[in-house]
Design a protein around this ligand. Sequence first.
Ligand code: PMP
Length: 365
Amino acid sequence: MTHRIHNFNAGPATLPLSVLEEVQAELLDFKGCGMSIMEMSHRSPEYMEVHTEVQTLTSELLGLGDDYKVLFLGGGASTQFYMIPQNLLSGGRKGDYIVTGTWAKKAAKEAKLFGEVHIAHDAANADGKFTYIPTQDQLHLSPDAAYLHYTTNNTIAGTQFHYYPKAPAGVPVICDMSSDIFWKKFDPRPFGLIYAGAQKNLGPAGVTMVIIRKDMLDRCADGIPTMISYKTHADNDSLFNTAPVFPIYVVGKVLKWIKALGGLGAIEKRNREKAGLIYGAIDANPDFFRSPIQRESRSVMNIVWRLPSEDLEKTFIAEAKKSGLGGLKGHRSVGGCRASTYNAMPIEGVKALVGFMEAFAKKNG
Ligand code: PMP
């Protein structure tokens, strides 16, 4: 039997086993074509069917109206950090940014290259760490901003917005949903643009999903490089140049897997249960485990915690690995432990982790 661990990596991250098995079965001969999907033209009818199906499934699962376009772009979510302001701030416009983590900070930094940036809230503490999500009342929003940008889930910090910040009338909301897109259903209407690198909750690295409301296209600057313009990709249905066909194909399989599980309602229930078990183990052992995150801001996707010492953390991570629990090291900028419990992480993996945490606390506490 193939050896598979419980993989808590933050991204690239675990994928549903059934999806990997399907990919494996189709790898050498995709639907009788005599070649893999990686070897065929991105304009072939066989690939086009996949491309369209992923767009349709995205719209269906998220409940997007006809006024939204689903794009597949390269360059990772980090490319969106500059693509957004280059399209929407050119000409001296202002973007509002809520800074709740490393990635939001990077997004704001890039935006400064193209326009004015107003920080609506900076959640960094004196050490530069992020441990909470501001409330709506704590946001200083500009009524004349070209958009309001924020990150729904802070992969490194382990914090997550559990409400959808309201922007002033007429200001579209732009969101980095890289680490929590498709974790639950939400109302897409306030969003002018949503983006997510695929490698956490959606599929392999190599494609970024961008969901753009069509009226936003009219606000995009002219005279910017062709590949940077959202209009190019929207007008050409993400086939202006060679699309990243393999990751798009796997994203399609992951979305079908979500649908077969019962859609986003079922996925949310599963995700809350998983996170609840891990936070439960942390809270049940307060002398041993400590969550550095404000309770209301805790992420359902990336759960972070500390042990009484860095040495114990190292031992915990090493022993967990020996027990088949991988990817538990916190991000190098914050240390500690982190379990990423994206959609594809099965409840069995979480139960195994919780069992290990409890036994470790008993032995070392
Ligand atoms: N935003 C968030 C919330 C992320 O977690 C990451 C990656 N960890 C990024 C952006 C950057 O993504 P990419 O590596 O695809 O550029």
